[in-house]
Design a protein around this ligand. Structure first.
Ligand SMILES: Nc1ncnc2c1ncn2[C@@H]1O[C@H](COP(=O)(O)OP(=O)(O)OP(=O)(O)O)[C@@H](O)[C@H]1O
Length: 950
């Protein structure tokens, strides 16, 4: 505080509550001063010896405003009875005398020099933190891992690649079709997180089967800090009753069951009208489509998808129910690219040739391509004449590396390359083995093996009457077998809900096994309770009995034993069942157990799966296609079980067909898919960038200072953790710090183990809020400090200025990527020379000594009188550098964009809807960014005065 005495009528400003505007001294007595702040209608009383107040005082040439909104340019300031009188002229040139009492109270000082000159000086630490924060923000905004850093996930290259590839597109439209359990939900979450952080998406709708609602809500919150609102029928009604016309407009992030839209045209229309940036649909294979019948669920999704820029469809079994369904889902993503089923099927046939071409390029390299005119011709046909002429014109040593780009272009342009991503266990290492155990049992007398229909034969409980549990040897086997596995968690899956219920009742009530049930007939809450009871390590259930559909998509990888109480008549469903355990996070080999009746259709089916498809111990990617070819012979053999010859032939034929199909696929579509779904080099770059941002000591050191500066109280919690609480003197209210505090860790590994504590990354909401508050507001934008510099006489003032490019573009465009740095820093001496190269920011920070705030405030007048010309010099020098900065940024932008255009222009010919739209947006965005750069000005963001001491 300045030493001036308080006199009624004087104007002062609060250093800690600048929003109050200009205050008026009302009374000063008994070492207390009362100040009223008319603009905020507040009155404050302070102790006179330590009031956080600065005297407001304007100089000649400054503009001031009267309480009647008259603008006055100050000519002279006089003092009368301790108060100022300002002499000046108004905008019409009339002379005006304005007593300070009649200054406009709504004045707010935010510019660094304004605040410095009225004595609103920040702590030196806060200033340093502000500039350092700008450095971090720039580094993060230009990192290839931007938007993915804050995800609480293990860093898996195949997921990082997909997330980054889709995040880089203007609108993500894709079918995420990794094999079961490879993390499609996680990939989708990463993409959503990236789009939200970069502000490229605000409204997101996730449509799910009922059974997955809770799991998604939890995964989004726990792994991505994204809080979705669950809109089901009940919630929608409640919202309408409380006066909301459209429940889908009450939240930005919404999770809903598909069934809600399928059952109610009103809800469907509401979801449609609400409009979304991204629509996500999990278990998209349920969206049935054939030439003859288009399912209602498909039509619902199609209608909402039309109102959404981005569309992510998730399915582990993209071709379940045949190529038609697969085509239909691709058609949702890009209707123009996939107008016709026959054309699509034709194209699929072409993959073999394309793969052959890629194979020869990979094998023969540049030497082969230079000589082989036929391959050159084929490339010219697929990629355009210029692609090959340009390649031929390259110097010999560049040709080899440029082959990779030709291959990438070929992969890009193959049918589904841009919209379909499928990683398999073959490409993602580290999955445990699967072991199959079968248990032949004698069929009971009540079982009639000669029934006509297959259904009761595959599910004998249908034949055994009401008391089937006592009659069925599979139940007796299960009971005995469970006794030997007392310490193991066991998941039992059967086809029907009523079977699951009866089994659960029998095991828990009659045998005393701790069991629980999970099926589609249960409410969501009860399903989640069951899953949680099963997951509980100490007091939880040993056995979970689930129906087929009930467990789809659920995570049970903490369990290692799966009992198949029966077999589904679909290889994809079998894989779905095994996939509950065989997922990322499974730590042991998965043991698959099948009790079955000897000489029954189930035995045939088991042999077909095991010996024909090898579908128990490996993921069988060809299963669905082979089922379509062999469905009839398989059924025939299942109904003629005594015909061993027919069975042997079936198994032999299936094996051969599988091997052939696998070979064809591995030479054709699968290899292309593999290439377009993963790029090891790019994934490696991302991984490194993520690991760099995971550097615990860097973030921890910075965050602790940041939290402390904002008044948060910190207590250590383990080596890399903290407990945070709101302190008594918070700089401002923080919406991301809960009232009851927060326990956190800076270590990703620890965060993965301890789900109950927050993962404090550079992209945690609290971190983002604090960094934003610090750099968007005036907090820390000026300081005065002392520095010993023998080369300069004591008393010399140096002015450090930090300029920011004022860019009028939405954050979503991420223009920072093209800027040469986060800010422009100058250090001006009294002769107007820039010493920034001689004395860099960091050593200066370390050497400079902070001053007490009261000392700084006492220096205001001296500083103000002396640095005006240095500030002008700084602005002139900054302005002189502006064209150079702009040119560098424009150059980087143009280069990056040209590369993107080239690729997109070629792709747009193949995928008109997606890639032409992407190209158009790219071009429009580029124009916006170019305009913004052309008109950008440098704005003084922070200012530090360095007083050279002896
Ligand atoms: N990067 C990761 N870090 C930590 N856990 C992960 C990661 N990826 C996946 N998981 C875990 O692995 C399990 C499977 O992931 P997810 O549910 O995303 O797979 P999915 O492909 O969607 O499965 P499904 O095909 O059954 O729907 C989940 O428990 C998920 O939390």
């Amino acid at each position: 505080m300045s030493q001036t005495e308080f006199v009624p009528g004087q104007r002062w400003i609060s250093n800690t509550e600048a929003d109050l505007g200009l205050g008026i001294v009302v009374e000063c007595s008994n070492r207390r001063v009362e100040i009223s702040f008319p603009a905020a209608a507040e009155v404050r009383t302070y102790a006179t010896d330590n009031a956080p107040l600065s005297r407001v005082c304007f100089e000649a040439d400054e503009q001031i405003c009267s309480d009647e909104d008259v603008l006055v340019t100050v000519r002279e300031r006089m003092e009368h009875n301790g108060c100022y009188l300002y002499m000046g002229v108004d905008s019409d040139g009339n002379e005006v005398i304005l007593p300070e009492l009649h200054l406009n109270s709504a004045v707010h000082f935010s510019k660094p020099q304004e605040r410095l000159f009225v004595g609103q000086i920040d702590r030196h630490g806060l200033y340093k933190l502000r500039v350092e924060t700008r450095d971090h923000q720039y580094r993060l905004a230009t990192s290839p891992a931007y938007g993915l850093i804050g995800t609480r996930v293990q860093l898996l290259p195949h997921q990082l690649y997909i997330a980054a590839e889709l995040a880089s597109r203007t609108a993500p439209r894709a079918l995420l079709a990794d094999e079961v359990g490879l993390g499609k939900t996680i990939e989708a979450g990463m993409i959503l997180h990236q789009r939200l952080i970069s502000e490229r998406a605000k409204r997101i709708l996730i449509l799910l089967p009922d059974s997955l609602l809770h799991q998604w809500l939890v995964e989004m919150r726990r792994r991505f800090n994204l809080t979705f609102s669950l809109l089901d029928a009940e919630r929608c009604e409640a919202l309408e009753e409380s006066g909301h016309d459209n429940p889908f407009e009450t939240a930005q992030l919404v999770i809903s069951p598909v069934s809600l839209l399928a059952r109610s045209e009103t809800r469907l229309q509401q979801a449609e009208q609400a409009g979304w940036d991204i629509l996500v649909v999990d278990e998209a294979h349920h969206l049935g489509w054939s030439r003859e019948v288009i399912s209602h669920a498909y039509q619902c999704v199609e209608r909402v998808a039309r109102r959404s820029d981005g569309l992510l469809l998730l399915t582990a079994t993209p071709e379940q129910l045949g190529a038609e369904g697969h085509f239909a889902r691709l058609r949702l993503l890009d209707p123009e690219r996939y107008p016709d089923l026959d054309q699509f099927l034709d194209e699929e046939q072409q993959y073999f040739h394309l793969n052959h071409l890629i194979g020869s390029l990979l094998e023969g390299g540049a030497a082969f391509l230079k000589q082989d005119k036929h391959t050159q011709g084929e490339l010219a046909e697929r990629l355009g004449e210029t692609a090959i002429t340009q390649w031929l014109a390259l110097p010999a040593k560049e040709q080899d590396t440029a082959i990779a780009s030709l291959i990438n272009q070929l992969v890009d342009r193959q049918g589904t390359g841009r919209v379909l991503f499928r990683n398999t266990r073959r490409t993602v290492a580290g999955f445990p083995a699967r072991h199959f155990h079968s248990y032949p049992l004698m069929a009971p007398n009540l079982y009639q093996p000669d029934a006509d229909a297959l259904e009761p034969l595959l599910h004998p409980e249908r034949q055994l009457g009401e008391n089937w549990v006592s009659e069925d040897p599979r139940v007796a086997w299960l009971q005995e077998w469970l006794k030997q596995q007392r310490k193991e968690k066991v998941l039992v899956i059967c086809a029907h809900a009523d079977t699951a219920i009866a089994l659960d009742e029998y095991l828990s009530l009659r045998i005393g096994v701790r069991s629980t049930v999970f099926h589609e007939g249960m409410s969501l809450i009860n399903r989640d309770r069951s899953a949680a009871y099963f997951a509980d390590e100490e007091l939880g259930a040993q056995v979970l009995i689930s129906s087929e559909i009930g467990s789809e998509g659920r995570n049970f990888q903490f369990c290692h034993h799966l009992v198949l109480f029966d077999l589904p008549l679909s290889p994809d469903l079998l894989e779905q069942r095994i996939g509950r355990l065989d997922r990322i996070g499974q730590t042991e080999a998965v043991q698959i157990h099948l009790p079955y009746y000897r000489h029954s259709p189930t035995e045939v089916l088991m042999q077909w799966y095991h010996q024909g498809l090898n579908a128990f111990e490996r993921v069988c990617a060809t299963g669905d296609a082979l089922y379509h070819s062999f469905a009839q012979p398989l059924r025939d053999v299942m109904q003629r079980i005594e015909d061993q010859g027919a069975l042997d032939t079936l198994l032999e034929d299936t094996r051969e067909a599988r091997e052939e199909l696998e070979l064809t696929l591995s030479e054709g579509r699968d290899r292309l898919l593999e290439m377009s779904s993963f790029n090891a080099e790019r994934a490696e770059l991302l991984l490194e960038a993520m690991q760099d941002e995971d550097d615990v000591s860097r973030i921890q050191t910075y965050a602790e200072r940041l939290f402390d500066r904002f008044g948060i109280t910190l207590q250590p919690h383990g080596r890399h953790g903290l407990v945070l609480h709101q302190g008594e003197h918070m700089l401002c209210h923080l919406s991301e710090l809960p009232e009851d505090g927060m326990t956190l860790t800076f270590s990703r590994d620890e965060a993965l183990l301890r789900e109950d504590i927050e993962f404090m990354s550079w992209e945690h909401p609290l971190m983002l809020e604090l960094m934003d508050l610090l750099t968007r507001n005036e907090t820390g934008n000026n300081a005065i400090c002392m520095l010993k510099l023998p080369a300069l006489p004591a008393g010399t003032l140096l002015v450090e200025t930090v300029y920011e490019l004022n860019l009028a573009v939405p954050k979503a465009l991420q223009l920072a990527r093209y800027l040469p740095g986060g800010y422009l820093r100058l250090l001006i001496d009294p002769e107007g020379r820039d010493l920034s190269d001689v004395l860099a920011h960091q050593p200066l920070n370390q050497l400079a000594k902070p001053l007490k705030l009261s000392t700084s405030q006492n220096m205001v007048r001296m500083v103000r009188d002396n640095i005006t010309s240095q500030l002008k010099q700084a602005q002139q020098q900054a302005d002189a550098r502006l064209p150079g900065l702009r040119d560098t940024a424009l150059g980087a932008l143009t280069k990056a964009r040209n590369e993107a255009y080239q690729r997109l222009e070629a792709l747009a010919k193949v995928n008109p809807a997606i890639d032409q739209a992407e190209l158009d947006r790219h071009q429009a965005d580029t124009r916006l960014m170019q305009d913004a750069l052309q008109s950008a000005q440098l704005r003084l963001d922070a200012l530090r005065v360095i007083v050279v001491s002896e």
